[in-house]
Design a protein around this ligand. Structure first.
Ligand SMILES: Cc1cc2nc3c(=O)[nH]c(=O)nc-3n(C[C@H](O)[C@H](O)[C@H](O)COP(=O)(O)OP(=O)(O)OC[C@H]3O[C@@H](n4cnc5c(N)ncnc54)[C@H](O)[C@@H]3O)c2cc1C
Length: 350
């Protein structure tokens, strides 16, 4: 039996490409395109546009869906344990871990902070962010810059980045372009500014560049693979080999995995999650057909050295590939991103 933990971009795409019997364990059967969550938080997109219920798709494919969160895995016993109502063990011949990522807080107490990592987080953020309020967005990766821009129509936004430029994982051109875009929109951008403490009682963020008052803080400062006991973790997530294996018969894909191939780190994007899913679906199909095959090496497309991303700011957008930036003054790139999301979700409509 093959068990998949998680049905986000990676898990759902794996199921779509893998032909055999599958059991999916996930807390919700919703597939969510996180790319539109910043726009959702600002009220510019609705849930129907960014998510789909996978139950009909699973039914048509004969996939067994079990609600629950995988909590730990016993590699030697080929069993993983999920927690719906009671803890139950599920045996597998192969397991694919695709449980996504969770925020990194770097020791800051962020109990009350908002985030936009999941639809549940984004629902809470959308409810709590109020028009005219002061919002501090911490972290200026893709999620942080898009969230700051989207919220700037509604609130007074300060974007805080610990490194010397925004979008530090992308080329310098993208940083300069996006900083101008944000500042023109009235977003205050603070770089080389490290958040040390967030106090909701005092409504103050204490940082290396002074105290910043706020009504809400949105934490977007990086993600790490979600923790499942029994697996070996690196700084970014579950350690995998170059064939994306965490163990002989256990694969980890998407945001939960730390994928490093020949010194290049795969970015945590939907594009990478989908490519990894396809790669592992092929690998397992081959392993099931023949026991004695050599494993292929995964080649990431979007890496720390040459990241690829489509960023949108309201109806403006840009495509980043390495240090090349393609910006469109019209809404062409925005339309492209919406079309990609729509097409992706359409794959799961039956
Ligand atoms: C705000 C935001 C904007 C983004 N914008 C872009 C973009 O423009 N372009 C792009 O390419 N990428 C973007 N990304 C990144 C992209 O969305 C992720 O890389 C992609 O969703 C990763 O897919 P995944 O399946 O690994 O994780 P997820 O999509 O997060 O899916 C994880 C799944 O695991 C389930 N799960 C969680 N815990 C458990 C558990 N314990 N047991 C079982 N199941 C569990 C979840 O319910 C979910 O179904 C963005 C991300 C965010 C947060």
């Amino acid at each position: 039996m093959l068990v998949v933990a998680g049905c986000g971009a990676a898990g759902a795409e794996f199921v779509r490409h893998f032909g055999g019997d599958v059991t999916v364990v996930s807390p919700s059967p919703l597939l969510v395109c996180q790319a539109l969550l910043p726009a959702y938080v600002a009220g510019n997109v609705e849930e129907e546009e960014l998510s789909i219920n996978l139950k009909p798709f699973f039914r048509e494919r004969g996939v067994v869906y079990r609600r629950g969160e995988v909590k730990f895995i016993k590699l030697k016993c080929n069993t993983l344990f999920s927690n719906y109502r009671t803890l139950r063990g599920i045996s597998y011949d192969f397991a694919v871990i695709a449980v996504g990522g969770e925020s990194c807080y770097y020791g800051v107490d962020c109990r009350n902070c908002l985030s936009v990592n999941t639809l549940e987080d984004a629902r809470v953020a959308r409810e709590r962010v109020s028009a005219g309020g002061k919002v501090v967005v911490v972290g200026s990766g893709m999620t942080g810059v898009e969230t700051a821009y989207e919220l700037s129509d509604l609130c007074r936004v300060t974007l805080v980045e610990a490194q010397s430029r925004i979008l530090p994982a992308m080329g310098e051109k993208a940083s300069v372009y996006v900083r101008k875009l944000l500042e023109r929109k009235g977003v205050k951008v603070l770089t080389s500014c490290r958040v040390e403490d967030v106090s909701y009682e005092e409504s103050v963020v204490k940082s290396s560049c002074g105290e910043l008052g706020f009504d809400e803080v949105v934490w977007c400062a990086g993600i790490r693979g979600r923790e499942i006991s029994g697996l070996d973790y690196g700084k970014l997530g579950i350690k995998v080999d170059e064939s994306l294996r965490a163990y002989e018969n256990v694969f980890a894909i998407g945001d939960c995995a730390e994928v490093v191939v020949k010194g290049e780190v795969a970015t945590k994007t939907a594009l990478e999650a989908e490519r990894q899913a396809k790669f592992v679906a092929k690998t397992i199909s081959r392993m099931l057909k023949s026991e004695k095959i050599g494993l292929n090496t995964y080649v990431p497309f979007s890496t720390n050295k040459r990241p690829f991303a489509i960023l949108t700011f309201g109806e403006k957008g840009l495509i980043v590939r390495g240090n090349t930036v393609i910006a469109s003054p019209s809404n062409l790139i925005y339309k492209l991103k919406r079309m990609i999301v729509k097409r992706f979700l359409k794959n799961f409509i039956v």
